[in-house]
Design a protein around this ligand. Sequence first.
Ligand code: 4NP
Length: 152
Amino acid sequence: MICLGNICRSPLAEGILQYKADKAGLNWKVDSAGTGNWHIGEPPHHLSQKVARLNGVDISKQCCRQFRKEDMLQYDKIYVMDSSNYNDVKHISRELWDESKVDLLLNELYPGQNRNVPDPWYGTEDGFHTVYDMIAKACDNILRKYAVNAKV
Ligand code: 4NP
C-alpha cells in the first residue's frame, strides 16, 4: 500500500487489509510505504490512528518508511492511493518496474475509473473518516477477488 507520506492513507490501507485478511484466516503479509521521505521513522498521523482505533484496527505500531525499488520484487501486488503515487513508484522502480503488479486501490471499487483516494493531510477529521470508508470497501473487494473462500 503506497501513498506520498506513508503517514495518513497507506498506514490505514495496510492496517485495514491486514486486519481483514487475518480475520479471514489468510496468511497474507501486508505492508506500506511512502514515495516521499519526510516522515521516515514516524508513527501514522494521529487522526489516522484515531479513526482506525474507532473501527477496531490498531495501526499505532506502524513505522513510516520510503518505497524502494526492491519492493517491486518482494511483493505480489502493489496498490497506490493516487495517480501521482503511480508515477512516482514507476520512477523509483526503474528497471524493476512491473506494470502488472501495480494498480490504483480504488480500481478495486470502481474498476477502470482510475479514481484517487483523496489526501486528508490538509483537512479535518472528517476527511480521515471518508478515506477510511473508501479504503475499507476497496479492501473488502480485494478479499472477495483473491480469497475466494474468505468470509467478507
Ligand atoms: P499521505 O499524506 O500521503 O496520505 O501520507 C501526506 C502526508 C504528508 C505529506 C503529504 C501527504 N507531507 O507533505 O508531508
